[in-house]
Design a protein around this ligand. Structure first.
Ligand code: BT5
Length: 258
């Protein structure tokens, strides 16, 4: 399949016209002992987001999962979500898209408000979602067995086939050569995974979250304040009225300044 798809990547590539989920397929390959494999599909019929949310994946997108076995301890796995976000954002900017990373796992294109999508102005200034990332991992206390970084890029698709708050490369800059775009993403990701120290600095440069007022739904409750930094392996640092809070996981929204 690698030859068919014409990708020269440091991964072997398994391509599917249609598949339920490239992440689910990558999990099967992980169970078979594979590594450094990319599963790629034109269409997914059961694309997954975090917390079992659905991810719309019509034909024409770039739905891909990277399976690898890093040396890092399990607690550092979030760094690979940041790496994928950096890789895709760089490729999107090279294609002329005004893309920025929203902590922890989305790539967005700015929009004045989301009023267009949600009806009355809801005070959110998140922008429109171009990319979502779902990282899965298996490991024991100090050893990762495998990591799968699933990346859904709304490439050559109509936004009417997505969800209301989404955008696509087609909408932003017109259709792209998916082979070239995917190759850029994989090259960038490969360079970053072997230089983890470069990931956070690169992420800071490309982020649209830092400097914003945010509301983060965390497992431990809601955190509201100014997002001031990101720290290895992916925590968001928020200045709140009660002091500085470090958030390791959650859903983040950008709020209009007070
Ligand atoms: C994500 O979850 O954004 C992670 C999405 C990962 C998808 C890739 S595609 C290849 C691989 N195989 C899979 O099965 N998954 C991965 P989360 O942050 O939970 O956001 C999910 C939310 O995004 C949904 O509840 C919708 O609101 C919205 N959404 C759904 N489809 C979308 C799309 N195509 N574009 C933008 N937003 C979308």
């Amino acid at each position: 399949p690698a030859v068919e798809f014409g990708l020269e990547a440091p991964f072997s590539v398994e391509y599917h016209d249609t598949i339920p989920s490239t992440n689910s397929r990558a999990r099967e390959l992980a169970a078979d002992g594979e590594s450094d494999v990319v599963v790629l599909a034109d269409e997914q019929t059961g694309g997954r987001g975090r917390l079992d949310r659905e991810f719309a994946s019509p034909s024409g997108g770039i739905w891909l999962s990277i399976l690898f076995r890093p040396e890092t301890p399990p607690a550092q796995t979030p760094i690979f979500t940041l790496a994928a976000a950096v890789a895709v954002t760089r490729a999107a900017r090279e294609a002329g898209v005004d893309a920025g990373i929203k902590w922890p796992n989305d790539v967005l294109v700015p929009a004045e408000t989301r009023a267009r999508q949600t009806g009355p102005d809801d005070g959110l200034v998140d922008g429109e979602k171009l990319v979502g990332i779902l990282t899965e991992m298996e490991g024991e206390a100090d050893r990762v067995s495998w990591v799968i970084v699933g990346t859904g890029i709304n490439a050559n698709v109509d936004t009417t086939d997505l969800v209301p708050e989404a955008t696509s490369l087609r909408e932003q800059v017109g259709d792209v050569d998916r082979r070239v775009f995917t190759q850029r993403v994989l090259e960038e990701f490969d360079a970053l995974r072997s230089n983890p120290d470069q990931i956070v600095p690169a992420w800071r440069e490309l982020s649209s979250t830092l400097g914003q007022r945010v509301r983060v739904e965390t497992p431990g409750g809601e955190v509201v304040g100014e997002a001031v930094d990101v720290e290895f392996p992916g925590s968001l640092i928020v200045d709140t009225d009660e002091g500085t809070v470090r958030v390791t996981a959650g859903d983040c929204e950008h709020l209009r300044p007070e």
